[in-house]
Design a protein around this ligand. Structure first.
Ligand SMILES: Cc1cc2nc3c(=O)[nH]c(=O)nc-3n(C[C@H](O)[C@H](O)[C@H](O)COP(=O)(O)OP(=O)(O)OC[C@H]3O[C@@H](n4cnc5c(N)ncnc54)[C@H](O)[C@@H]3O)c2cc1C
Length: 422
């Protein structure tokens, strides 16, 4: 048995050592620490005949885990990666290593809350810290459960109280030693690398490099003008994949904006990038207020979604809707695991309003495909477009032809992706 000062650090969507207060707390509080990552068996459940975690997401996750492992090894520790049923894994760790305390980040989505409850029922002490937002929920001028529903009102309150971001914490300097027992499991899982773009490489090292380059290249200056474009790496910040797995924190990016402003002055671009990160916080905090309600068919409204139709769904996901702009977007998503915000809005709107599809199936497809899949942002945005969330306009149907004329007037985007499938 290990000493009473042993614990597990359970990495979830916080695959970094810098600005990771939960990990820092664990390191400060124990003599022995076992860092683990678990590929939950639940993730293999196939809701609509497709993998819940598609190949692009798997690849990005694997790269991120490799980077984390090598950083932990540099500190004399390691990352133990396994897959299976969470409860069984924790039970085994409790029995075989005698570890009864788990530290982790807190995620307030229904599945993740159920997982923590299951651990507590095993008699495990769970110390979880909220750390995935730019603003500390405690610093808000209202209790998160009582936040304004409308984004503009939320933003105005935040700005009135001059809230920008909470200060990131430094990287841990030393990581406690591993428990003495023989290593129980150490099984990096090998994934096939898809032939997609290598523009995004997972891990904290690449995330920090991307942050540096983004500001060194002054891309933020033109962010407001370019953010609705469709082609290339530079039209928007592309922080989302790293943010989604926590390879970098929102606070670190917000501090990057503030540091940039201190040297180069503030401008529309710096403000707008912060503003978008505030949207990210907003969708997080809505979970404190509405929780499970955000996951039911009618969302916060009283009208159920359209029923699921497999044939229509197949046409949408395989780029066979007959609407070239939508088909191009769905192709980009499949081929690259990424899609601009504008195209996400267009294909989502087309699925919900033109094809009368179940918004939850659309959200599930995005979950499977997007390398930046984030439970709060995905759920929140789908509900918003479906008019079942907090949009004061009651939903966002997009006129696809007009969108194509406005955002792809020469058809370059459509040619680029549609030629790929033929
Ligand atoms: C239907 C739909 C589903 C979406 N699903 C996801 C998802 O699973 N994961 C995800 O990270 N984003 C999601 N978004 C939001 C948005 O499209 C992406 O965050 C953005 O396109 C990522 O590219 P970027 O990092 O270059 O963004 P930028 O435009 O550079 O924005 C900077 C950051 O602000 C945040 N942000 C920007 N727009 C939004 C938004 N509308 N909602 C929440 N945060 C935002 C992101 O963290 C982003 O990285 C979704 C949007 C729609 C319409």
């Amino acid at each position: 048995m290990t000493s009473s000062k042993s614990a597990i650090y359970w990495f979830k969507n916080d695959l970094r050592l810098t600005d990771n207060p939960a990990f820092a707390l664990a390191c400060a509080g124990v003599d022995c620490l076992l860092p683990i990552y678990i590929h939950d068996e639940q993730e293999d459940v196939v809701p609509h005949h497709f993998a819940r975690v598609g190949s692009h997401r798997k690849r990005f996750l694997q790269e991120s885990l490799c980077d984390l492992r090598s950083q932990l090894q540099q500190h004399g520790s390691d990352l133990f990666e396994t897959s299976g049923d969470l409860t069984k894994i924790f039970l085994r760790l409790k029995v075989e290593l005698g570890i009864e305390r788990v530290y982790c980040e807190s995620i307030v989505a229904p599945e993740e809350l159920r997982q923590l409850q299951a651990l507590k029922e095993l008699g495990i002490e769970v110390i979880d810290l909220w750390q995935s937002s730019m603003l500390d929920p405690q610093s808000l001028p209202f209790a998160p459960e009582k936040m304004p529903d409308v984004f503009t009102q939320f933003r105005q309150q935040v700005e009135k109280h001059l809230l920008r971001f909470s200060e990131p914490v430094a990287a841990v300097k030393s990581v406690p030693q591993l428990p003495k027992q023989e290593v129980l499991f150490h099984s990096p899982i090998n994934y096939e690398r898809p032939k997609a773009t290598d523009a995004f490489i997972g891990g904290e090292t690449c995330a920090q490099a991307h942050l540096r380059q983004y500001f060194e290249r002054h891309l933020v200056d033109s962010y407001k003008q370019t953010r609705n474009q469709l082609i290339g790496m530079d039209y928007s910040s592309k922080f989302s994949p790293w943010l989604s797995l926590g390879c970098i924190s929102a606070r670190t990016i917000a501090k990057g904006i503030t540091d940039y402003e201190a040297t180069h002055g503030s401008n529309e671009g710096t403000y707008w990038l912060w503003f978008e990160l505030l949207w990210r916080d907003y969708f997080r905090f809505l979970h404190f207020k509405y929780g499970r309600k955000l996951y039911v068919s009618s969302g916060l409204g009283n009208q159920k979604s359209y029923p699921f139709n497999q044939e229509k769904f197949e046409r949408w996901v395989t780029s066979n809707t007959g609407e070239p702009f939508v088909d191009a977007g769905m192709c980009e998503l499949r081929e690259s695991g990424f899609l601009s915000n504008r195209m996400r809005q267009i294909v989502a709107s087309y699925w919900i309003y033109d094809m009368q599809g179940d918004w939850r199936a659309g959200a599930a497809w995005f979950e499977s495909q997007l390398i930046d899949y984030d439970v709060y942002s995905n759920q929140g945005n789908w509900l918003y477009i479906a008019g079942k969330g907090t949009d004061p306009r009651g939903g966002r149907p997009f006129n696809v032809k007009k969108q194509a004329r406005d955002h792809d007037p020469e058809g370059a985007y459509q040619r680029m992706w549609l030629n790929k499938t033929t």
